[in-house]
Design a protein around this ligand. Structure first.
Ligand code: UT7
Length: 329
């Protein structure tokens, strides 16, 4: 099969209606709006209601992307959902989403690589199109992290939010996918994980009481690694694409902490207006954060054909990665 090009033809995003402000959190946590704002840049986050799940958010974002692209679900050949908060262990959330959108019987699968989900997903989806397997792929990053949060733990409860972002990728003459740089290191999963529910430590009453199924993070250590790896991965993807930092029109990083993003931008020497930050509104939405930020930026009319976008992420795994993407017409 000969290599073809790929481009993004539609974007969409969705956040659940329930907004939880820093002041709301003050009501039950030993924290303050001032601490959260200065340490993270977050002001609000959106949390799902009891009867909402990840497939609901993913479907809403996907529908918005279809409208944006002027397409129907039946026009899409394959559906991928990046998430670590699926509706169920199985079946894959993507199966539920594709059927809900009206594309029953189309291939659909999930990828679970935490905050790097969109970067890995973009690489996989682009590979499927560039190698000629599919013509159009829907890639959705979607999370309901509030469902696996320890709401009594101030060190994590304040950080995470829910939402979804979707992109539709299509075969094209031009090629937007310039390079990727992916990495993973499973030697220290405990830095960021929800361990008490899988086959290693199946969920029993003791694990439930100890809240082992909820998110646990060693924040300070993760912070340092995040900055190092995001800087390194951005440098690596640029060099693979034979480009320089000065060529970047937009850096769209995973939104884990504004201080992580600011430090990354500082090391890269990027001015503020080239770095997309929406963390104040959504908090950390893991695999959803980059496609949500991309959708907002594109829909605001800020992205022009020919712009170089670098997507970069770091998160649980540990995992990280960057993709260099040339925005097409
Ligand atoms: O998405 C995947 C990747 N995720 C990340 O990269 C997240 C990385 N980590 C972080 O963003 C930051 O480490 C945090 C925001 C989680 C924490 O910020 P920090 O500046 O690293 O604070 P810290 O953990 O060093 O804690 C400093 C102090 C501690 O008190 P003592 O021990 O100095 O008395 C904490 O107990 O802040 C305390 N603290 C809080 N105080 C008020 C921790 N959480 C809170 C809170 N409100 N919510």
């Amino acid at each position: 099969m000969s290599l073809r090009g790929v481009k993004i033809v539609g974007v969409g995003h969705y956040a659940p209606a329930r907004v939880v402000t820093n002041h709301d959190l003050e009501a039950w946590l030993d924290t303050t709006d001032e601490w959260i704002t200065t340490r993270t840049g977050m002001k609000r986050r959106h949390w799902t209601s009891d009867n909402e799940a990840t497939s609901d958010l993913a479907s809403a974002a996907a529908e918005a992307a279809l409208v944006h692209a002027g397409l129907q679900a039946a026009d899409v050949d394959c559906f991928i959902v990046a998430t670590v908060t699926p509706d169920y262990y199985f079946p894959a959330t993507a199966c539920l989403v594709a059927t809900r959108l009206g594309a029953r019987e189309k291939p659909a699968f999930d990828i679970a690589i935490a905050c790097s989900g969109f970067i890995y997903g973009l690489t996989i989806a682009s590979g499927l199109i560039r190698s000629g397997v599919y013509r159009r792929v829907m890639l959705i990053g979607a999370e309901s992290l509030s469902k696996i949060l320890d709401k009594e733990d101030r060190s994590t409860a304040i950080l995470f939010g829910d939402g979804a972002g979707a992109v539709i990728l299509e075969r094209s003459e031009e090629d937007s996918f310039l390079a990727c740089d992916l990495g993973a290191d499973g030697s220290r999963p405990e830095l960021l994980y929800a361990h008490g529910s899988g086959s290693r430590e199946p969920l029993d009453h003791a694990a439930l009481d100890a809240k082992l199924h909820l998110i646990h993070m060693q924040g300070r250590e993760t912070f340092k690694l995040a900055v190092n790896k995001m800087v390194e991965s951005t440098g690596s993807v640029l060099s693979k694409a034979n480009l320089n930092k000065a060529d970047i029109a937009f850096l769209i990083p995973h939104q884990a902490n504004k201080r992580i993003i600011d430090a990354t931008a500082r090391y890269l020497g990027l001015p503020e207006d080239k770095v997309v930050i929406n963390i104040a509104e959504y908090g950390n939405t893991s695999a959803a954060s980059i496609p949500m930020a991309l959708s907002e930026t594109v829909r605001a009319g800020r992205v022009k054909p020919g712009d170089l976008i670098v997507f970069v992420a770091f998160g649980g795994g540990l995992s990280w990665g960057a993709v260099a993407w040339r925005w097409a017409q």
